[in-house]
Ligand binder design. Sequence first.
Ligand code: AHG
Ligand code: MN
Ligand code: MN
Ligand code: MN
Length: 335
Amino acid sequence: IPEYSLDRDCTTLSRHVLQQFSTFTAAEAQDISAIMNRIALAAKLISRRLSRAGLMAGALGFTGETNVQGESVKKMDVYANEVFISVFKQSGLVCRLASEEMEQPYYIPENCPIGRYTLLYDPIDGSSNVDINLNVGSIFAIRQQEGDDFDPQAKDLLQHGDKQIAAGYILYGPSTILVYSLGKGVHSFILDPSLGEFILAEENITIPQHGPVYSVNEGNYWQWEESIREYIRYVHRHDGYTARYSGALVGDFHRILMQGGVFLYPGTNKNPEGKLRLLYESAPLAFLMEKANGKASTGTERLLDIVPKKLHARTPLFIGSKEDVELVESFIADW
Ligand code: AHG
Ligand code: MN
Ligand code: MN
Ligand code: MN
């Protein structure tokens, strides 16, 4: 029995991207496929560094800085943030990058006359897992640049999630997996390090309508509204539910996408909007979840309808199987 089937071995990410373009013009298709190739390169660089970080002097731990989110920054956050910038420099593709780790968007002036796209990204998702060799991820979305060049506030990014042209994530686990959608289905690829290529694993992923997993930080129980506590008591009382929470949204999301269930990050007393950033985390994953037949909600509204008030805005997030997200929504509505 061969180790790989030849067909699977041959469908690389770049070939797959080129097959996705019925809804794009030829110029757009060329741009988006080049952007996806650069994102794949960033993923390989970050994956390589993560797999060796524990052997390298000075790759792990904190920098001593605090980011715009008020979080202590890790060296891997900085490394990964810079990798995305450097793969897009002089590419002519992306005029602007906006990241969880940067207070303001980063403009690449030499790209701006032609590269009318913005990359939004969370360079390392699940930073608390980094020093203990557990799964982390990266999240990305591509939007068209609609505003003036070099607007430091990037006001044109303050639009709803349906403005995303593409979104995806990379999960750095036992193997490195890239999942993406250009609006037509959700597809996963596994990095074969010996080839340096992302190889198609599954096309047109769909999430079950209901699943067993609920994924939430129950340490916040007394910080939530009573409706969320009531929902959690409901799953405790009923058979067929199981809790899974890794501390990295990308990992928890991937499990739920593949097996069904719901991820919850509700508002808390201290942070009524929760923790997750709309433009870099919630909206890209909501885009994928809807394309996979699932649902993403703030608890009261469709997540992709939300217009952020500022670049680093947060939203509560309930995302996963339709029936499970609707059940959470019904607890919130009834309260
Ligand atoms: P990041 O590491 O990008 O700052 O994101 C961390 C996020 C997310 O990955 C995870 O689901 C959540 O924070 C965990 O937060 P809690 O520790 O509050 O549960
Ligand atoms: Mn962070
Ligand atoms: Mn994150
Ligand atoms: Mn992050």
